[in-house]
Design a protein around this ligand. Structure first.
Ligand code: FAD
Length: 389
């Protein structure tokens, strides 16, 4: 293998280039990136950058020193066996890493809607979060909550419109999501409210009614960036389909990060995880597979969110598992600290979500990895350490 092309210069792409060199690959590495910036991390965009505490979040990686050719501003447009079509012509490869991430879903309408995916998005939005600005945020998911946090801090008049019965309901369920409603103090949070379109000067609601806004931010989720692969022979289904080695359906092609839907041995299902930890760690396995090893990518997925002064962390995968509450969010305490767990039918821990309780997160992640059975009674008692349940 002489030439590896990495498409996508986000974290997963950069980590892939690093992993290739760390494994001793001495051939040519070309890193294609649609964006003109140096590669950067996205989590700080909705935190330090939006809050005005940082202006960038560049990844600390010496691409030049590693002999990686980063082609900024060059996009892949199509794939045929052994060749990537790019905006600057065809590029032959011996090995290909697909790391094109994900892109925000937008709503219909002629009005201006901001999204938050890129550094440019973050800087443009930050400039509009000024004292008194009427900011409508569509979606009370992870991004919506973090944008609302920054908008409140900037003194904006914030409205959050959420289609579900509670913030985060679609990811953690309505009961757990409802525990975060008090965090929206001072925000006009409207649940079960669907936006039909973003119009000049505001938004129109499904079922009638409208709202005026100076700034509209759409945070209703992302979809994997794989349109450029349409028409190629590669299997696509909610992203690039891979096996547990992160190998795609074409020879010498692997996929990593937000765009990859890999087979999880641990959870017996296909997972596509749009979180930083996956972009950080999957490349090592993908690159090993590309170079002929049989490593397996089998993580307990993990992510965090910082919203309204709370550190929210989650590890696991809980569909089909039952909820066990650990601690009372309304208990009087200077800082709210609670967790919830999800148990499989056989009482193995499926997932844990913690609010300002990092110890539960760390111990829970290990217990999930170990596939250990827990005592549901002890688990419900927040005074009992998770590892002793
Ligand atoms: P991306 O970061 O999306 O990078 C893909 C790159 O590929 C992009 O630069 C794109 O321009 C480029 N590209 C796309 N198509 C092409 C093409 N055809 N040709 C060339 N280049 C192309 N996760 C957490 O766990 N915790 C958090 O707190 C958190 N906060 C976040 C906050 C924000 C604002 C955002 C946007 C994401 C956040 N995430 C968080 C998610 C995390 O950042 C992503 O999971 C991670 O960035 C995925 O990395 P990636 O390299 O797979 O994709």
């Amino acid at each position: 293998m002489n030439h590896v092309v990495v498409v996508g210069a986000g974290l997963a792409g950069v980590r892939s280039a690093e992993a290739l060199r760390a494994r001793g690959f001495g051939g040519t590495i070309t890193l294609l990136g649609e964006e003109r910036h140096r590669p950067y991390d996205r989590p700080p965009l909705s935190k330090a950058v939006l809050l005005g505490d940082a202006d960038s979040s560049f990844v600390d990686s010496d691409l030049e020193g590693m002999g990686v050719e980063h082609r900024a501003g060059v996009s892949a447009k199509g794939l045929a066996e052994g060749v990537v079509e790019t905006t600057e012509g065809e590029m032959a490869y011996d090995g290909l890493v697909i790391a094109t991430g994900a892109e925000p879903i937008r709503l219909p309408g002629e009005g201006r809607q901001r999204v938050l995916r890129t550094l440019d998005d973050a800087l443009a939005l930050r400039a509009e979060l000024v004292q008194g600005a009427r900011v409508v945020i569509i979606g009370a998911g992870w991004i919506g909550a973090e944008v609302a946090t920054a908008a409140m801090k900037a003194g904006c008049a914030v409205t959050v419109l959420e289609a579900g019965p509670a913030p985060l309901a679609h990811v953690v369920g309505a009961e757990v999501g409802a525990r975060t409603i008090p965090w929206y103090d001072g925000i006009d949070l409207r649940l079960n409210t669907m936006v039909g379109s973003v119009d000049p000067g505001g938004v129109s609601l499904v079922g009638g009614g409208s709202l005026e806004a100076d700034v509209v931010v759409t945070g209703i989720g992302v979809r994997p960036t794989v349109e450029w692969l349409a028409g190629s022979d590669i299997d696509l289904h909610n992203g690039v389909v891979t096996d547990e080695h992160l190998r795609a359906s074409l020879p010498n092609v692997v996929a990593v990060g937000d765009c990859a839907a890999w087979w999880s041995r641990r959870f017996h299902t296909r997972l596509r995880v749009e979180h930083w930890d996956t972009a950080l760690n999957a490349p090592e396995v993908a690159v090993a597979s590309l170079l002929g090893d049989e490593s397996v990518y089998d993580p307990v997925p993990y992510f965090w969110s910082e919203q309204f002064g709370h550190m929210v962390q989650y590890a696991g995968h809980h569909p089909g598992a039952r909820l066990v509450r650990r601690g009372d969010p309304s208990a009087a305490a200077p800082v709210s600290r609670w967790s919830v767990c999800w148990l499989h039918d056989d009482d193995r821990l499926a997932a844990v979500l913690t609010v300002n309780r990092p110890r539960d997160l760390v111990q829970g992640r290990r217990l999930i990895e170990a596939g250990q059975r827990l005592d549901p009674g002890r688990l419900a008692d927040p005074e009992v350490a998770l590892r002793d349940c």
